[in-house]
Design a protein around this ligand. Structure first.
Ligand SMILES: [Zn+2]
Ligand SMILES: [Zn+2]
Length: 204
């Protein structure tokens, strides 16, 4: 099986090959969903959401309506995905709370819980908390799909991280997994040496 295939949207989405077909990691913004749907024939086996942010989970509802596919996410992200709780506002005056919540809600029946240590088509689920508390990634043979645990060559801007200190500890955890290559939500991918350099800068 080859590695994840990048689909460039507002966030990086990944098509991950499986023995038969593929699954999708993240779903882009809700208004990108039509372009995404045009790339998803045949349909993915499932949608794995790294975290609840709009640029990663916004298209999930449209995908679920079209394919009725299972949507995997950590339980801590569910209240935001279903809109039982408003997402934390984006740090933009006045528009922040509105922008953060533009994604149409997912019905609870669409969601399947994932926990650290579970397997998804041979990939191991890894908890990557900090950017959001329920962020999860997928690890297999030195490759990590990491959502927004890293951004470009660094961390996401501090003000959009739910727990900035935990975000730093997660960088250490990523190295301790034995990663060689990290596929991230924006920019990247990163080599192990680049993650090591970041860990040194952060002092973790
Ligand atoms: Zn994010
Ligand atoms: Zn993002």
């Amino acid at each position: 099986m080859s590695g994840p295939e990048l689909l460039r949207f507002a966030a990086n989405l990944y098509r991950v090959p499986t023995e038969e077909g593929y699954f999708l990691v993240d779903a882009g913004l809700s208004w990108e969903a039509n372009r995404l749907l045009s790339l998803l024939e045949p349909p993915p086996k499932l949608l794995f959401l790294t975290h609840h942010h709009l640029d990663h989970a916004g298209g999930a509802r449209v995908l679920w309506e079209r394919f009725r596919l299972p949507v995997l996410a950590h339980r801590q992200e569910w209240p935001y995905l279903t809109k039982e709780k408003p997402r934390p506002p984006l740090p933009i005056p006045l528009l922040g709370p509105w922008l953060a919540n533009l994604a149409p809600p997912l019905p609870r029946e669409a969601l399947r819980p994932v926990e650290e240590g579970e397997e998804v088509f041979g990939w191991r689920v890894v908890a990557l908390p900090g950017h959001t508390l329920g962020q999860v990634g997928l690890f297999r043979k030195g490759i990590l799909i990491a959502g927004d645990a890293l951004r470009g060559r660094g961390l996401p801007p501090r003000f959009i991280n739910e727990d900035p200190e935990l975000t730093k500890k997660t960088v250490r955890k990523i190295l301790d997994l034995g990663v060689e290559r990290v596929y991230v939500g924006h920019g990247g991918p990163l080599s192990r040496a680049e993650v090591e350099a970041l860990a040194r800068r952060l002092g973790v």
